[in-house]
Design a binder for this molecule. Structure first.
Ligand SMILES: Nc1ncnc2c1ncn2[C@@H]1O[C@H](COP(=O)(O)OP(=O)(O)O)[C@@H](O)[C@H]1O
Ligand SMILES: [Mg+2]
Length: 423
């Protein structure tokens, strides 16, 4: 049997916490069997390594490994994704399609966020688990498959059962063995280790010297709550790696990267970041939405003019600056391109004292990109837009030209917004 250390190395798992080791040990032990495993733990704790370990150490390792995020597939198509469908089973089913359970015959399926499965799908899943049988959507023919299931969830399954969102029989069938991955806050000794690993990875990635924590910063890292667990720790390490010029990070700098309110320190909170111009990721996202909305309005205007006049050349001549704004600015194009992948999140850089409205790159350079979006509160685009405009006008002592340049909109649009919001 491969040792726990060897497995960690093979799967890039960092940490020595006994509870983590126990989870890996359990995975190694159950791997050669066909037992169903349920991996539990908060989001970002590292659940996804477990099914990979199980598959790779099982006799199925030459078979397929398919990871399905049950929460990401729309309810209307999930049965067809998992079990396939017959031609004509529903509108758009132009041909027969195999589902994951057919394709992964002889292999392993990882059902991530299994708690999100609709009840009807749960019935089908129970049947596969019990006797390997399934029926394609729109078919009456029973098919057989030999698939090992590993599922994962970050929701409390007992609650889900109580609320009748999850079938109790399926739960017991799935969780023959339960492997729990503890939250990062319960693996305190691993936190700095992981941080150093991520710091070194990002130094390589961004070709910069590795950031290093001063002694007084380490306890701050260890006492933080890390609601987003390792995923959040990695994001923080990435932000600091990209943004900090001084590569030795002291306590107050580190503080400025940790969301306040969610840590368990009574401490001196350095608010410099939250007071900065674009103090949090959400604000940047609003700005992007705001920009997109403004582009959309410009496009609407252009389309309307084209429809009315029917003379493209004339419209082009009359709207030269608008067209330049929408299509012509190379930087602007790159900027929007970065948002094509919906998994990106913008990270604010530190406050800039100077702002040159002529230099559009400056606005663009304020953003860096990392992964994942965390949603915390209900968003109100209007409020945020209003706030952005107000802040920008304040910063530029009411000078609309400068504010418009900073917000990336035309003066005319800004004027309209000022009227609209009665500023
Ligand atoms: N022990 C670990 N060592 C190194 N990286 C880890 C560890 N645990 C998790 N990660 C990384 O953290 C991120 C989140 O892990 P993931 O397995 O996707 O979490 P979950 O599925 O529990 O939400 C991934 O990028 C993963 O590679
Ligand atoms: Mg996951």
């Amino acid at each position: 049997m491969e040792s726990i250390q060897a497995i960690k190395q093979r799967f890039g798992i960092i940490g020595n916490d006994p509870k983590l080791n126990r989870a890996i040990e359990k995975a190694i032990q159950v791997a050669p069997t066909d037992i169903s495993v349920l991996v539990t733990g908060e989001s970002g704790v590292g659940k996804e390594s477990i099914p990979k370990i199980i598959h790779q150490l099982s006799h199925r390792k030459h078979g397929k490994y398919i990871a399905v995020n049950c929460g990401a597939i729309p309810e209307g198509t999930i049965d067809s994704e998992l079990f396939g469908h017959e031609k004509g089973a529903f509108t758009g089913a132009t041909s027969t399609r195999s589902g994951y359970f057919e394709v992964a015959d002889g292999g392993t399926i990882f059902l991530d966020e299994v708690g999100e499965l609709p009840l009807t799908t749960q019935v089908r899943l129970l049947r596969v688990l019990e006797n390997g049988e399934f029926i394609k959507v729109g078919s009456s023919k029973v098919q057989k498959t030999d698939v090992r299931i590993v599922a994962a969830t970050n929701v409390n399954m007992f609650e889900a059962i109580k609320k009748e969102k999850f079938r109790e029989d399926l739960y017991y069938r799935l969780s023959t063995v339960d492997i729990n991955i503890p939250p990062l806050r319960e693996r305190k000794d691993d936190i700095h280790l992981l941080f150093r690993k991520f710091a070194s990875d990002f130094a390589l990635k961004y070709k910069m010297p590795t950031i290093k924590l001063e002694d007084d910063a380490v306890p701050i890292l260890q006492k933080h709550r890390w609601n987003g667990n390792i995923r959040q720790l990695r994001n923080v390490a990435e932000q600091i790696s990209v943004l900090e010029q001084n590569r030795t990070i002291n306590a107050s700098t580190l503080h400025s990267y940790l969301p306040s309110g969610s840590n368990n320190l009574p401490a001196v909170i350095n608010n410099s970041k939250s007071e900065s111009d674009f103090s949090n990721e959400r604000e940047i996202l609003y700005k992007v939405l705001f920009d997109m909305k403004s582009d959309l309005n410009d496009l609407k205007k252009l389309t309307m003019e084209l429809m009315k006049s029917g003379n493209a050349a004339e419209v082009e001549k009359d709207n030269e600056s608008l067209i330049n704004k929408i299509y012509g600015d190379k930087q602007k194009e790159n900027y929007t391109d970065e948002f094509e992948d919906l998994e990106v999140m913008a990270i604010p850089e530190k406050t800039e004292d100077h702002f040159d409205p002529e230099d559009k790159n400056q606005t663009l350079d304020k953003y860096h990109f990392a992964e994942e979006i965390e949603e915390e509160e209900t968003l109100s685009l209007h409020d945020k837009e209003l706030e952005l405009i107000k802040k920008s006008l304040e910063r530029h002592q009411g000078k609309r030209k400068l504010a418009a340049a900073e917000l990336g909109i035309s003066e005319r649009t800004l004027y309209r917004k000022i009227k609209q919001y009665d500023l």
